[in-house]
Design a protein around this ligand. Structure first.
Ligand code: MOS
Length: 746
């Protein structure tokens, strides 16, 4: 069963978060916590139509109100550029139009002006007093998509064999359309920008999952050299992808600061979060499966559509996991876009794979039922020997073991397939149980990364990198890596992140940050060690003056002869102190793998999700009672934050299955449930018992520690596992999320 890593045992066990004390004492500073001398407050004015033109903007009354310093709109915001095409993971933004670029309104809530005032309250008050006259035009926020309205011919994401013929001839077939609704990221921390222009340079405190990308985009759009922009994001109250790329409010704050010569704070309100900073778009996915009577897949056709905005092309990428999940000779996966009058969509936790797997893993369950076959058995039968989409071996795939371990932990041996056949006992007495299973997977890659490690004369180490901790534990993981390699205690390691002044680091996205920083930090330590050895053999006061650097080793924080143990050596801080050198410093680097040419492996994480629901037909009461999740996420560097990521993802998956949906009002096109009372997310009372298991196989193709990263994999597959369980309990197959009580009353 689960085998342990072949590497030496972890030195850190389950290290609690190194930034925990700062957070629980309220001393961790988030972007909107920065209050600079002379700072002004900006508040946007949002369009009240979903399509049309601004014919008149009357700012006179608002301008005369107390504290108002400026009211910006298309006439007076000043020059803002568009960013050029992205270069790898730099220069990316989803809503490409600079704020106020023209007088056209393309979605409800679009910023049409912004008031800057001495206080936030004055700015809010004046923003309400700005008079905007519109010429409204017809708009479309419909949640019904047709292929005919796709912007162009759907893109063929993957193709092999002859799927149409194979499907037509298949003895057993499934052909259904699944849909996932618009979902809005609701991190506790609102998006915010505190911009400070000093006459030449911008210092921008941004809520961002990617300081380096923000710096690049904002410099381009503000029209200044990149070195004139510094972006800082020390702590993030989470992002879930919504804070990966910059949004228009950041430009408004920065431009206002430049125009007024004072710092400007702009905090996006919760209702604006539903319209101005992205969302996961609605997806509509037709899945056709063809199989032999004994359960061998012969055809898989997955056609998806998602909405995008009027100006931008955002593809959710629902085909992400489709080509490599199962062995099937004939496959086609396509994706297309339809335009709607909504804000531009963006990445949301596990973009593509998460809604895609809801569709395909639901279809697999429907196929198992059609075949009268156990759903685990169906998946085992179709386990691929390689990634048949890329025709490459997997770097490390243990999906079969995930299913076996999960089945054992969940108690699948007791499963009886007939609808409503399983009854609860004990606390669950009187309830019907529903059990469901789904597979999951997620991309395992790395981004370009640089990092600096300083071994300091006081015996401490400092590691710095312009990546950021979005609440997932990156401070802790960097400390773990340095501790493991140097033998230093974690309280001797300082981690510095979230500032573009530091060596360029990865985005906190795609679950790639951990995998990305490992090789760069290890390289930095190698180089620091080399410097340390050179000092050790050359410093007159050293115990190693008669040695060569090649004779030396560095472990447990001590320099010693390779031929003897660490205890016989000298603490590295003493070597530096005697030499009167402050630090032995190494600058490490590692290249990204994403989209790299000539790749030899398909790199993904895998998992199996098991869900139990309880169903009380008399009252139509449905609850998720239990989830068992088994994750093949490479070697787990620190089980504590890793487990926390998976638990959080499962909770989010319950929300995806049962609660979350942004609804657009058909009269005005507004996201109507734009608050945390009406947009339902999972709370503690809704959260099931969650059992997390990591298989812990190192993926040494990805990096020398074999760690992949586990932010998004935990969400993938959960919604399908739950709706499969809902079907098992109730006999109702819900193909359009979320599951509503009305679906179950039918
Ligand atoms: Mo994640 S959607 O890549 O922040």
């Amino acid at each position: 069963m689960a085998t342990q890593s072949t590497l030496p045992p972890r030195t850190n066990g389950s290290l609690p978060r190194v930034d925990g004390p700062l957070k629980v004492t309220g001393t961790a500073k988030y972007s909107s916590d920065y209050n600079l001398p002379g700072m002004l407050y900006a508040v946007p004015v949002c369009a009240t139509i979903a399509s049309g033109k601004i014919t008149k903007l009357d700012a006179a009354k608002a301008q005369a109100m107390p504290g108002v310093k400026a009211i910006y709109h298309s006439e007076n915001i000043g020059k803002l550029f568009r960013a050029g095409p992205a270069n790898g993971f730099s220069g990316i933004l989803d809503e490409k139009r600079p704020p106020f670029e023209d007088n056209v309104v393309r979605y409800y809530g679009q910023y049409v002006a912004a008031v800057v005032a001495l206080t936030f309250e004055q700015a809010v008050s004046a923003a309400n007093a700005v008079g905007v006259t519109y010429e409204a035009a017809p708009f479309n926020v419909s949640t019904h998509f047709t292929e005919a309205e796709a912007t162009e011919k759907p893109n063929v994401d993957s193709h092999r064999g002859d799927p149409d013929t194979a499907f037509a001839k298949a003895p057993v077939t499934i052909d259904h359309t699944y849909a996932t609704p618009t979902e809005t990221h609701n991190p506790i921390e609102l998006h915010a920008s505190v911009a400070d222009f000093d006459g030449q340079n911008f210092t921008l405190y941004e809520t961002t999952q990617a300081v380096c990308n923000s710096q690049d985009v904002l410099a381009q759009m503000l029209g200044v050299p990149i070195e004139n922009v510094r972006v800082i994001s020390r702590f993030l109250g989470s992002g879930f992808g919504g804070k990966l790329w910059p949004w228009p409010h950041a430009l408004i704050a920065a431009q206002a600061s430049r125009n007024l010569g004072r710092p400007v704070k702009l905090v996006v309100s919760r209702d604006m979060m539903f319209q101005n900073v992205g969302h996961r778009p609605r997806t509509q996915q037709r899945v056709r499966l063809g199989a032999t009577p004994d359960g061998k897949l012969v055809a898989l056709i997955h056609e998806s559509l998602n909405h995008t905005s009027i100006l931008d092309d955002y593809s959710e990428g629902c085909s992400e996991a489709t080509p490599y999940s199962y062995s099937v000779a004939n496959l086609r996966a396509t994706s297309g876009l339809v335009r709607r009058n909504v804000g531009t969509p963006t990445s949301m936790r596990g973009p593509g794979a998460v809604p895609g797997l809801f569709a395909t893993e639901s279809a697999m369950d429907e196929l198992a039922i059609a075949l009268k076959m156990d759903p685990i058995q169906l998946r085992l039968l179709n386990e691929p020997a390689k990634d048949e989409g890329l025709n490459l071996p997997f770097s490390s795939r243990h999906f079969v073991e995930c299913l076996h371990v999960g089945a054992e932990k969940f108690g699948w041996a007791r499963y009886t397939p007939a609808v409503g056949s399983m009854k609860g006992a004990g606390e669950q007495a009187g309830l019907t149980l529903g059990w469901g299973v789904a597979g999951c997977s997620w991309i395992a890659e790395r981004c370009d990364t640089s990092a600096t490690v300083e071994l300091l004369s006081n015996g401490n180490a400092r590691v710095s990198c312009a990546t950021q901790d979005i609440g997932t534990g990156t401070y802790t993981v960097l400390s773990n890596i340095v501790a493991e390699r140097t033998g230093l205690a974690n309280d001797r390691i300082e981690v510095v992140l979230g500032d573009t002044k530091l060596p360029a680091g990865p985005i906190s996205g795609g679950s790639w940050a951990t995998a990305s920083v490992i090789p760069a930090v290890l390289d930095a330590i190698d180089k620091a060690e080399k410097t340390l050895f050179a000092i050790a053999v050359s410093s007159p006061a050293s115990a190693f003056t008669d040695k060569e650097p090649g004779d030396l080793a560095f472990s447990e924080g001590r320099v010693h002869l390779k031929s003897s143990d660490a205890k016989s050596g000298v603490a590295f801080g003493d070597i530096l102190t005697k030499a009167n050198i402050r630090s032995a410093t190494g600058q490490g680097k590692s290249a990204g793998t994403f989209g790299a040419p000539n790749r030899k492996f398909s790199q993904h994480s895998f998992g199996a999700q098991f869900a139990e629901v309880t169903w009380q037909p008399e009252t139509a009461r449905l609850r998720v009672s239990r989830v068992v999740t088994v994750i093949d996420g490479g070697r787990i560097l620190n089980p504590k934050p890793a487990r926390n990521q998976i638990e959080g993802a499962v909770v989010m998956g319950v929300g995806m299955a049962l609660f979350e949906a942004t609804r657009y009002d058909s009269r005005f096109g507004a996201p109507i449930n734009n608050n945390l009372a009406d947009y339902i997310v999972t709370t503690n009372a809704d959260a099931p018992d969650i059992d997390v298991t990591f298989l812990d196989y190192p993926d040494l193709v990805l990096n020398p520690l074999g760690a992949r990263g586990v932010g998004e994999i935990g969400l993938a597959g959960i919604a399908a596992a739950i709706t499969n369980a809902v079907h098992h309990a109730t006999g109702v197959r819900v193909r359009e999320l979320p599951v509503r009580i009305e679906d179950l009353l039918a």
